[in-house]
Structures are given as structure tokens and as C-alpha cells.
Write a protein that binds this ligand. Structure first.
Ligand code: ADP
Ligand code: ASP
Ligand code: MG
Length: 440
């Protein structure tokens, strides 16, 4: 039995969190491969080490002294080492890094990666595990994608059945330079390690008891999701629920490794189990939807033209106009005489009237209207497919609570219902959905 366990920034924030990690890891002999993030915030107004490192890199870029910030970073690790009673010596490495930094020899990626590097050094010493550098096995191609085959092979060889701590977030380019994932990328390192070593489970330890049914900043005490399928998770993440880096799903899913989100501050809680399929008897509960998510910042372009749906190639024409300007259409809703396109406002900003002008010229529609400041809210759930009247119920609940629905659409696999509302109604819409579908 092998469990690959990844601990996020808040789990590595200080010595008290390190102690929780140790007791979790040592309580189960199967937890032999540990991936860590850089120390995160200790309190709400604290700084993540990764943010401080990026700040340093920005100073260096503009030739501004960053001695104070660098000293702060070094101090954070010193504090953890001291408070954990570790005798490990990092000063030599910090001095060398500082010298190279001032000489302009450290790239932004390399500097950012040191957050997890030093975190892993300390954690390895604290757990009595071996430190295993991600630079030895996470192999990127020049286009920034991961060469999974080469990476898996390198890790199986390097790990060799030992108990190890691996820094998350980075790897190496073919030329040996350090390269990082996008923010939150330690999740991916953990997933790659789990896939490479064919782990029985990938545990991702964070500061919430799993994926919650709604954003906790909007809904008070939302219930954690006990079981969720990979497809449902994709839908939720796409529309705004950010707990796990998107790139972490593919490696484990491909190898049929279940992913378990757990809470470092509440290790007895089972958290969320993400799997290919969930049996009805497994989730026990009768909650009809799995989760709700959403985000603001959209615009809806409505094009009306008599007989539009039977006119050959018209949708293609619309898409071409948008494509030319690299504007993605997030959702599309077409009727007999009209089509509505939901687009990211930030991507059309400044070009909206130019786009509308061209659509007008190309399509000669009866009318084109635009609704800006739109938010999208999605209810996601594998059980929705089997229930009649969901949209009706949704409309009624929203209407009763004064939320005006501007658009509604359901995915072809009936895994989600997506509604467009005005941004001012965003929070209210999420609460109404939660109250009517979860607390029903
Ligand atoms: P880590 O540092 O452990 O990787 P993250 O900050 O990346 O943790 O992710 C966990 C955070 O995601 C939670 O603290 C929570 O604020 C936020 N979050 C947003 N939406 C949700 C949701 N639906 N369920 C759970 N957490 C959510
Ligand atoms: N430390 C990195 C970040 O803050 C990576 C991670 O935590 O996953 O984005
Ligand atoms: Mg994260």
C-alpha cells in the first residue's frame, strides 16, 4: 500500500503546522512519499513565501535592492527550523543564493522554486525522510508541457522504495534550467508522483475538509462533498471552484488513482474522495446536486435574425469573427431565430463595439444586443440527469427571490445547469440554489 501525500502552503506555514503534518504522515506507514508547498500564510494578513519570492524577482528585474525581503524569507525558514528543534543548516545555501541573485544569475522561476525547495529540506529533516529534489525527475519539454513518461521513469528510479519528501511546483527544462508550473502547481507534482509510483491513493492535504458544496465566502458553512466524480469536479473547477489545480487531475485519473482532499487541521475528517464513478450507495445522502460554483465577468451577445437556425453556416461566421480576435465563446445558446453567446468580458473589453460592428456587417441580423456585467452560476450533479423539472424548479426559486435569469443552459451530458444572472445578483443566486437544492 502506497499513499502519496501532498501538503499545501497553509499546512507548511509554521512549526505548529509542521507538527500536524508529521503526526499525519507518521500515523500511517503507507504515507511514504510526501510532497510539500512553500510555507503559506500563518494569519489572514501574512504573506505566502512564494509571493515574497516573486516580489524579490521583480525587484531584481528593475535593479531595486531586495535585501529586506530576502532577509524576511530566510527568517521564515529559520523560525520553522528553530521551532521544530532542527539542527539543519540552510545558511550556506541561502548565502550562495543571495550572491547569485545579486549577480543576476537566478531566473524568476528558479527563485520562486526555492520556496518549496527549502520547505522540503526542512520537512525531510523533521520527518527523518530523504530529500528528493523535483529537479531530478519532473521533466518539462521546451513547450512547457511535462514529459510524463520520462518523469515517471526518473522518479521510479530515484525514489526506489525510500521514504522521501519532494518539493512541489517545479521541475527542469531539457537544458537543465528550473521551470515552475503555474500558481498552485504543487498539486500537479503530487499527482505526477502518485502516477509515477502507481500509488493506491493521492491524498491532497489542505485547510478545508474537502471540496465544499459552495464557496464558503458566499454560503455560510457549506457542506463538504463526500464523493465526487472527476467529470463533476472538472465542471465545478471550470466555473470557479478553485481547490485543486486543474493540471492535477489528468495524471491520477489516467491511472485510476483516487484523489482524496483532506484537512490538515482536522485529520479525522474523511474529506472529499474524487473518483471515476460514484455508486449511489457510497454517497448515502440524497443530495440531488453535488456542488455549486460560479464567477463574474461575462457579457452576453444576443443576435436575432429570422430563420437564423436554418441559415447554413451562420454560426461558423459568428465564430470566425470572434476567433479572429482570440475571443473564446464560453457558452452558446441557440434558438430558431436567435443565438446568445457568453464571452469573457475581460477578453472583449475595448473591442466589443468593433466586434459588434463586424457581426452586424457579416450577418445582417435583425438586432444585436449586449448584456454586460453578467455572472455565471452552475449547479453540477451527476443525479440531475435523471430528474425531471429541474430547470423549472430553479427558475421558480430564483424568481421568488428576485433574481432575474438572463440565460439558462444545460450541458449535453446533463451534468450541469448553467445560468447567467446580473453580477449584482451573483451571491444571492448561489445562496438560493444552495438553499433550494441542498437544504431541501
Ligand atoms: P493549498 O495551499 O493547501 O493548496 P488552496 O488555497 O490552494 O490550498 O486551496 C484551498 C482553498 O480553496 C480553501 O481554503 C478555500 O478558501 C478555497 N475554496 C474555494 N472554493 C472552494 C470550495 N468549493 N470548496 C473548498 N474550498 C474552496
Ligand atoms: N507555492 C506555489 C504557489 O503559491 C505552488 C503551490 O503552493 O502549489 O502558487
Ligand atoms: Mg493549492
Amino acid at each position: 500500500m502506497l499513499k502519496v501525500v501532498k501538503f499545501g502552503g497553509s499546512s507548511c506555514a509554521d512549526a505548529a503546522q509542521f507538527a500536524k503534518v508529521r503526526s499525519i504522515v507518521l500515523s500511517d506507514p503507507a504515507r511514504r512519499v510526501v510532497v510539500v508547498s512553500a510555507p503559506g500564510k500563518r494569519t489572514a494578513d501574512d504573506h505566502k513565501l512564494t509571493d515574497l519570492l516573486y516580489l524579490c524577482a521583480a525587484h531584481v528585474k528593475y535593479g531595486v535592492d531586495c535585501g529586506d525581503i530576502f532577509a524576511m524569507i530566510r527568517e521564515r525558514y529559520r523560525d520553522i527550523a528553530r521551532d521544530c528543534g532542527l539542527s539543519i543548516e540552510l545558511d550556506g545555501e541561502f548565502d550562495a543564493l543571495w550572491d547569485r541573485l545579486r549577480a543576476g544569475e537566478v531566473s524568476k522561476d528558479e527563485l520562486a522554486s526555492r520556496g518549496e525547495y527549502f520547505s522540503a529540506k526542512l520537512m525531510a529533516a523533521y520527518l527523518g525522510f530523504d530529500f528528493l529534489d523535483a529537479a531530478l525527475w519532473v521533466k518539462f519539454r521546451f513547450d512547457g508541457s511535462v514529459d510524463r513518461e520520462a518523469s515517471y521513469e526518473a522518479l521510479s528510479r530515484a525514489a526506489g522504495g525510500r521514504r522521501v519528501v519532494i518539493p512541489g511546483f517545479y521541475g527542469v527544462m531539457p537544458d537543465g534550467h528550473i521551470h515552475t508550473f503555474t500558481r498552485g502547481g504543487s498539486d500537479i507534482t503530487g499527482a505526477l508522483a502518485a502516477a509515477a509510483l502507481e500509488a493506491d491513493v493521492y491524498e491532497n492535504w489542505t485547510d478545508v475538509s474537502g471540496i465544499l458544496m459552495a464557496d464558503p465566502r458566499i454560503v455560510k458553512n457549506p457542506a463538504p462533498i463526500r464523493f465526487i466524480t472527476y467529470n463533476e469536479l472538472r465542471e465545478l473547477s471550470y466555473i470557479g471552484a478553485q481547490v485543486l489545480h486543474e493540471g492535477a487531475v489528468y495524471p491520477v485519473r489516467e491511472k485510476h488513482i483516487p484523489l482524496n482532499i483532506r484537512n490538515t487541521n482536522d485529520p479525522a475528517h474523511p474529506g472529499t474522495m474524487i473518483m471515476e464513478t460514484v455508486e449511489d450507495e457510497q454517497d448515502g445522502g440524497d443530495s440531488f446536486i453535488t456542488g455549486i460554483a460560479g464567477k463574474k465577468g461575462f457579457s452576453i451577445i444576443n443576435i436575432a435574425k429570422t430563420g437564423l437556425s436554418s441559415e447554413h453556416g451562420i454560426l461558423l461566421q459568428v465564430m470566425e469573427v470572434l476567433e479572429k480576435r482570440e475571443i473564446n465563446v464560453e457558452f452558446i445558446l441557440s434558438g430558431i431565430d436567435s443565438v446568445s453567446l457568453l464571452v469573457d468580458s475581460a477578453r472583449v473589453s475595448g473591442r466589443l463595439y468593433e466586434v459588434l460592428g463586424e457581426l452586424q456587417k457579416e450577418l445582417k441580423p435583425n438586432s444585436i444586443t449586449v448584456a454586460e456585467h453578467i455572472a455565471v452560476v452552475a449547479a453540477v450533479g451527476r443525479k440531475m440527469a435523471n430528474r425531471l423539472g429541474t430547470s423549472g424548479k430553479l427558475f421558480a426559486a430564483l424568481g421568488k427571490n428576485g433574481v432575474n435569469v438572463r440565460m439558462i443552459t444545460q450541458g449535453p451530458d446533463e451534468l450541469n445547469i448553467i445560468i447567467g444572472v446580473e453580477e449584482k445578483d451573483f451571491e444571492q443566486a448561489i445562496r438560493v440554489l444552495y438553499d433550494s437544492f441542498v437544504k431541501e
